[in-house]
Design a protein around this ligand. Structure first.
Ligand code: RFL
Ligand code: PHB
Length: 393
């Protein structure tokens, strides 16, 4: 069996795995990154789009923010739309100058893959980790590549393998607690060749359900609408999609999203989950492998980045001093932020979606909440400081 030795075996080349490998490289720590999908698949997968200030700072400070600085769209606020009116929440005034940046997750991944290539360290695509063992003493990751089994022998394993990965399964069930919540709806998302008709995101609660207006570039609009979790994408031809998006997003002042060719569409279920602790022996979980948030708060990618920032710092400290305190406190330090993001994402989700079993009372209550959130400075500040991202450690 082919065998390689490294300091950190990283499973998954999503934002968490790639950023961790990059930060470790800057500290002079070797790693091997294994990714079961192809490079094209990973780069083309359309997902998140909103970067918190802390994520932008991390990319800049670690030397991978050059294209982000040129092409990222800085947004100073968002709109909440209800009752046919868009109300603005200005982040900069409410948070002392903080903001968000719209830059596709696939662009982040592209930049991190380029940095990995430049570092000369190992990144293997179409290499699926199938077994993790020895996490109490000498970790080993067995992976399958071109029909053959190979092995990575390492000091630590970073489980950055997303919500359906294998790393979590390497932890005995009795050592884990899983907290979960499902939501009775999903998001149907599209990418359209259309110039964004608003400079900032619009989150809308309409009688017919939630809709979100977002973007990727000055020529590409990203839109989502609430649908049933078991909805069939075949039931959504473009005409029906545009009709529904227009109905849910249009406002009485005549604003509506521009239409264009639909380049991609897909349905995503929504759930919240947290695994505690995020560490077992020499195995550390990061990003979606440890926690899932519903996308309404735009927190998933940002949490993944916050986790690996903490993990890279702890590993650097270990290799420099031989001390394990920061590794041992990794889980507790990450989970504080994770639960804040869970709370915020749950709150945004329940405020903005129509529950299928909800009644007219619930809808009126949601409208009253939106009225308050867009008129009280205290409430707007609470939304703004969570949306731009609570301070990193
Ligand atoms: P990823 O990106 O899922 O990467 C995990 C990688 O691991 C690979 N893998 C394996 N590789 C080798 N061996 C195995 N056995 C493996 N098993 C799995 C997978 O192929 C994959 O490449 O997890 P990571 O790095 O933790 O990053 C998390 C983010 O991707 C995720 O949280 C966000 O996309 C969530 N999210 C959003 N987050 C935001 O911060 N802002 C947003 O605006 C936002 N919008 C969204 C979103 C997620 C969405 N979907 C589709 C779930 C919008 C949507 C629609
Ligand atoms: C996106 O642009 O994909 C996006 C924006 C905000 C969200 C979720 C997704 O809350």
């Amino acid at each position: 069996m082919k065998r390689v030795r490294t300091q950190a075996g990283i499973v998954g080349a999503g934002p968490a795995g790639l950023m961790l490998g990059h930060l470790l490289h800057l500290h002079g720590i070797d790693s091997v990154i294994l990714e079961r999908r192809s490079e094209e698949y990973v780069i083309e997968r359309v997902r998140a789009g909103v970067l918190e200030q802390g994520t932008v700072d991390l990319m800049r400070e670690s030397g991978v923010g050059e294209r982000l600085g040129r092409e990222g769209l800085r947004h100073a606020g968002i709109y909440l739309s209800f009752g046919g009116v868009r109300r603005h929440i200005g982040f900069e005034q409410l948070t002392g100058g903080r903001s968000i940046t719209v830059y596709g997750q696939n662009e982040v991944v592209k930049d991190l893959i380029a940095a990995r290539r430049a570092s000369g360290r190992v990144l293997e695509f179409e290499a699926e980790a199938v077994r993790i063992s020895g996490v109490d003493s000498q970790p080993r990751v067995v992976y399958r590549k071109d029909g053959e089994e190979c092995e990575v022998v390492c000091d630590f394993v970073a489980g950055c393998d997303g919500s359906h990965g294998v790393c979590r399964q390497a932890i005995p069930e009795e050592c884990l607690r899983v907290y979960e919540r499902e939501y009775p709806f999903a998001w149907l998302g599209i990418l359209a060749k259309a110039a964004p008709s608003s400079g900032e995101l619009v989150y809308s609660l309409h009688e017919r359900g939630f809709a979100l207006f977002s973007m990727r570039s000055p020529a590409v609009t990203r839109l989502y609408l609430q649908c049933a979790p078991d909805e069939d994408i075949e039931d959504w031809p473009d005409e029906r999609l545009w009709g529904e998006l227009t109905a849910r997003l249009s406002t009485v002042d005549g604003w509506r999203p521009n239409r264009g060719d639909v380049m991609q569409k897909g349905i995503t279920g929504m759930r919240s989950s947290v695994v505690e602790p995020m560490q077992h022996g020499r195995l550390f979980l990061a990003g979606d492998a440890a926690h899932i948030v519903p996308p309404t708060g735009a927190k998933g990618l940002n949490l993944a980045m916050a986790d690996v920032r903490v993990l890279a710092g702890a590993l650097e400290n270990y290799y420099r001093t031989g001390r394990q305190e920061l590794l041992n406190s990794y889980s507790d330090r990450c989970l504080r932020r994770v639960w804040q993001a869970q709370r915020f994402s749950w709150w945004m989700t329940t405020m903005l979606h129509r529950a299928p079993d909800g009644n007219a009372f619930d809808y009126r209550r949601q409208l009253a909440e939106l009225e308050y959130v867009t008129s009280s400075r205290a409430a707007m500040t609470a939304l703004a400081e969570n949306y731009v991202g609570l301070p990193l450690e």
